[in-house]
Each structure stands twice: as structure tokens, then as C-alpha cells.
Design a protein around this ligand. Structure first.
Ligand SMILES: Nc1ncnc2c1ncn2[C@@H]1O[C@H](COP(=O)(O)OP(=O)(O)OP(=O)(O)O)[C@@H](O)[C@H]1O
Ligand SMILES: [Mg+2]
Length: 276
């Protein structure tokens, strides 16, 4: 039954994920993400960000606790219902998850097919309408000319944009991007983050992005969640985040985590507001 609160995309209650050998990856996670919200996840390596993403895209089940997507209890979903829910969630990963030896068009249209290894895609039997869909998606990520190139002949940043084009074709309700810019240079990183934000704004998609760059999280997202040792360390409007919170999140090594002067000043001005 779908009632309760139709503006909620995700609701997590006391989520815990324990892997083999008692490895607690997530513990007592309580979160709500509304439809159309843009949220950044930050936190040190091993904090549990990827595990959280895998729960959010239903490729992993929690050990305990409850997860609702669009007011549906994920635990109750199986077979067709689970596939339908998964199809409403588009994922972009650091490793792109593209098929390297295929042409760009195949990888982009995989978003539409739901699976890449169909006879149709292997034989390049695309209808003109499909070609146009792929071309438009590539246009939106700024590289329409790459349609027929081999994916493994593109740079890391270009491949990341192919992965985003694939999500555009999938047209999901939610976009989850787990460290989507780790393998690209800083200027391209902000271009890709801006692209994700634009897609979320223009198409009313919920966007959750994990980032190792605190700068990007603070610069582009209205809400930032800090994850540390499997727990939510803070979950705040960006303007309320202080340098002390970031120091705590990274156990005193925050300065080593790339932060530009401008952002540093802004964070400090929040931490130590000027008097008078
Ligand atoms: N499949 C697994 N089996 C066992 N332990 C796992 C598994 N996946 C993750 N873990 C453990 O869970 C914890 C959280 O890992 P996770 O990959 O979620 O962290 P992360 O925040 O994404 O880190 P990073 O920033 O390095 O990507 C780590 O201690 C990790 O070793
Ligand atoms: Mg990770």
C-alpha cells in the first residue's frame, strides 16, 4: 500500500549492515530524502558510503532496519516488483560500469534496454528513433560526436559522461552517483557535478552523490551528510556545516582533504561568525 508521505523518496530507519566476520559497515542509519532533493555524502574511506548506495539501489539488503522507497517497504519486494523499483533508480559509478569494447551508442542505449547484452544491441540493430535518443543524451552531456566511437577509446572523463548519458536514457526517478568524479581532473570534476545537478533540477530527479572532494559537496549541494564509521556524523544544510564538524569527520585530517581557500574561508565564517 502506498500512503504515508508521497514526497518521500527514501526513508531509512535504524539501518544496519553487517558483512562476514562481523564487519559492521553501517549502523543505526536514520535518514529521509525527499523527491527532487540533492544530497552529497562525504566521509573517509571505509565509512560506509558505497554500502549505503548499494542499499539505496536495492543491490544489497540491510541486516536489520527498514528501508522504504516511495513508501514501499523494500523488504517486501521480490521478482518483478524489485526489478521495477530498481529500474526507477539510475546509478553512476566511479568505474563507469560501461562495456569497454562496445561503441558509445550501445552503452548509452543500455539505459533504455535495461540490459546491454541483447542480440539487438550486439548486432547494432538500432531503430532511427533509438539513434536519435542516444544522440540527444550525448548532446546533453556535451559530446554528440562520440556516438559511434569505441567506449574504451574515450578518456576517463568522457566515459563518465557516457555513463551519465545512459542514465538520461534510463530516465529514472533517482540518480545515485558513487564517487562519480574520482578519476577526472578537478575542472572536469566540477563540470560533471554541475551536469548532474542540472539534470536533477531540470528533470526533477532525486540526486544523491558521494564525493571525496569536500569542496564540491559544499559548493554544489544544499544538504550534506557526513558518514563516519558506519554512522551519520552530521546531516545538515550546507550553510550550517562547520570546520570543526569536518575535522571530526576526517579525524583531524580534514585539511588534507582538498579544500580551496574560498571554501575554507566560507566554512570558517560559518564556524566563527563575525560579531557585530
Ligand atoms: N562485500 C563486503 N564484504 C565485507 N566487508 C565489506 C564489503 N563491502 C564493504 N565492506 C566493509 O564495509 C566498510 C564500508 O565500506 P564501503 O565500501 O561502504 O566504504 P566507503 O565509504 O565507500 O569507502 P571509500 O570512500 O573508500 O569508497 C569497510 O570496512 C569495508 O571493508
Ligand atoms: Mg566507496
Amino acid at each position: 500500500m502506498r500512503t504515508v508521505n508521497s514526497t518521500q523518496q527514501y526513508r531509512l530507519a535504524e539501518i544496519r549492515k553487517v558483512f562476514a566476520r562481523d564487519q559492521v559497515a553501517l549502523d543505526r542509519i536514520v535518514l529521509t530524502v525527499c523527491r527532487g532533493e540533492r544530497v552529497a555524502l562525504i566521509g573517509p574511506s571505509g565509512a560506509g558510503k558505497t554500502t549505503l548506495f548499494r542499499l539505496l539501489n536495492c543491490t544489497l539488503r540491510p541486516t536489520s532496519g527498514k528501508l522504504w522507497i516511495d513508501d514501499e517497504d523494500v523488504e517486501s519486494l521480490n521478482g518483478k516488483d524489485l526489478r521495477r523499483t530498481r529500474s526507477r533508480i539510475g546509478s553512476v559509478y566511479q568505474q563507469h560500469n560501461l562495456v569497454p569494447r562496445l561503441r558509445v551508442i550501445h552503452n548509452v542505449l543500455a539505459g533504455q534496454l535495461g540490459r546491454w547484452a541483447t542480440l539487438q544491441s550486439l548486432l547494432s540493430l538500432f531503430k532511427p528513433a533509438d539513434v536519435e535518443i542516444a544522440r540527444q543524451a550525448l548532446q546533453q552531456v556535451g559530446m554528440p560526436e562520440k556516438l559511434l566511437e569505441r567506449t574504451d577509446e574515450l578518456s576517463g572523463g568522457q566515459q563518465q559522461r557516457v555513463a551519465i548519458a545512459r542514465v538520461l536514457v534510463q530516465n529514472p526517478d533517482v540518480i545515485l552517483a558513487d564517487e562519480p568524479v574520482s578519476s577526472v581532473d578537478p575542472s572536469l570534476a566540477s563540470t560533471i557535478v554541475r551536469l548532474l545537478i542540472e539534470i536533477s533540477q531540470n528533470r526533477h530527479k532525486t540526486l544523491i552523490v558521494s564525493l571525496h572532494s569536500v569542496d564540491l559537496a559544499l559548493a554544489y549541494f544544499p544538504r550534506v551528510i557526513g558518514i563516519k564509521e558506519g554512522r551519520v556524523s552530521f546531516d545538515l544544510e550546507t550553510s550550517k556545516i562547520t570546520e570543526g564538524m569536518l575535522e571530526d569527520l576526517y579525524s583531524g585530517n580534514f585539511r588534507d582533504h582538498s579544500m580551496t581557500e574560498a571554501i575554507s574561508e566560507r566554512v570558517q565564517s560559518v564556524a566563527y561568525p563575525s560579531v557585530g
